[in-house]
Structure formats: structure tokens, C-alpha cells
Design a protein around this ligand. Sequence first.
Ligand code: UDP
Length: 324
Amino acid sequence: MSHVLVCGGAGYVGSHAASVLAGHGHRVTVLDNLSTGHRDAVRWGRLVEADLLVPEQLDRAFEEPVDAVMHFCALSLVGESVANPYAYYRNNVAGTLNLLEAMKRHGVDRLVFSSTAAVFGQPQSARIDEDHPQAPINPYGASKAMVEEILRHAAQAYGLRSVALRYFNAAGAAADRGIGESHSPETHLIPNVLRAALGTGPALKVFGTDYSTVDGTCVRDYVHVLDLADAHVLALGLMDREAGAHAFNLGNGNGFSVLEVIETARRVTGRDIAFDAAPRRAGDPAVLVASSDRARDVLGWSPRHAALDEIIDSAWRWHSAPAY
Ligand code: UDP
């Protein structure tokens, strides 16, 4: 069993990964600056409060030998990245470099990196596989693509083993383990839809109704956060077997429009969900759907919660009674 340093383990995807790692018997240490994460989401290991932008704070996380690092710390909002690119490059690229240098100082040569479908930009095919060209159309996607490039160079120069996992749209929750999605402000579709169902959020807006898609709204591939967490555990196994910098696209291969998500949420919650049509949001591609054949073939990944109903139902259980 490994000792895994989960950077960003107080956040949404990182806390679910920590939970699944612990379930597999791995030892977890969380590093987080709690800027967007939650202390209450750190339930499977000790918390080291540190900031990737302050290199001397990082050594504390390596006091006990670390076998592998999972790196979830990032700013991750497309629209915000368009408005404030310096913050995105500083946090996501410079912060990651500090982490990589700390790993090198401490002789840690395994990294699982949270990447994103946004590294691809406007898709050139119905489903995006790993051979699809990378041409990000927003600073968020560009910052992640830069780190992927750094990881390829680090493999050659230093023998760093890495797996970049490109999430499509992470959604769902493990409410029974006391964790779920909680951002402030919340910008993601499914939480906003569910808050509208509860009557606790602001009025729901649908950003863009004139895309060339099935009903004019953007199409995304929603993937359960616990399925993403499983892929991280499988990535540890791949790095045991193989050197080099690997990358995999993680989605279910099914696209749902914003209106289809709202309709599914109405069915799952039994609530009325009103919305207003609003202008397009900067930086949003019309359609993002994954081909995850490589993750299935090479990692042995097999999503266990692929149905949109199940994803939304798990998120609904969290949002109905969030623990933080
Ligand atoms: N979206 C929306 N209303 C919202 C939040 C999101 O219409 O309140 C749209 C957004 O423009 C995009 C899709 O829903 O087309 C998914 O957005 P989200 O922010 O959840 O994820 P992203 O695809 O940006 O990673």
C-alpha cells in the first residue's frame, strides 16, 4: 500500500479521491491552502495547510516518505480564466512547477495530474480521443496543456512517471461519506440546477441557446466524481508498471445538452425547475464528449455510475443536506 500526498484533497474531486484511496487501503496526506477547499472534507488523512505558491511551505508535506502525489490544486473556471489569465497561469503553472520541484527534492517520482477536456479547445470530432489536437481556447485549458507539456519533458529529463487525467464534466457526490460539491460562488451546471430545484440558489440561467447542437444549448459529457477517483487509483498501478508521461480522457462518451440536464433533474427531483435564457458564456465550446477507450484498455477503467440519472441523484442527495 502506498502513502499518497493528495494536493487539493480538501476540494471536490480531491476529497472523493482521498476517500477512494483510503478505501483501497492507501495512506493519505492532504495538502491544501483551503482557498476553495473545505476543512470538513479532509476526513481520510492529516491536513498540511500549505500553498503551492510558497515553496518553503511544501517540505512539511514530505516529512514522512511519500510514494506518489495526486495533484488537484487549481483554479478551474473557464469564464474566470478568460477575465483573469495571470491568476490562472500563476496558480496552475507556476504552482505546479513548485510542487514538481518539491517532489524532486524529496525523491518522489510519481504524479497523477488533474487535467481537463479544455486542453482540446473546439473539438474536431464527435468524440475526443487522446490523439485529438490540443488547441485550448481559454487560459484555463491552456494552463493545463502547459503542465502536460512540462510532464512530458520531466519524464525525459528526470524520469518522472506521470498520468494526466483529463476530466470531462465532473459531477455527482458521495453524500453517504459526507462529501460533495460546494463552491462559492457556484458556477457549475448541475449544482446550480439542483439549487434552483431547492429554491436556494439564484435564478438559473442557461448560457447560450443558439449553439449548433440538438436544442441550441451546450453539450457536455458528465462523469461521476467517484468514477474519476477510481481512475486515479488505477493510474497508481500503471505507474508501477510503466515509466513515461501518460494521458487519458475520462468521460462516459454520452453528451447531454443543458436543457437535457434540466429535464433529467426535474425527473430525478420531482421538482419544477425554472430557468432564463442568457447570452453565451465566454470560452465555452459547443460540444465536449470523450472517447475513453484508451482509459478502458490501458488503465482498465470502467465507470460504475455512468447514467446521468444516477449522477444527478447522488448530487441531489448531497445538495438536499450538504455537510459544508
Ligand atoms: N451552464 C449554464 N448555466 C449555469 C452553469 C453552466 O447554462 O448556471 C452551462 C455552461 O455554459 C456550459 C455547461 O452548462 O455550457 C456546463 O458548464 P459547467 O460550468 O458545469 O462546466 P464546464 O463545461 O464549464 O467545465
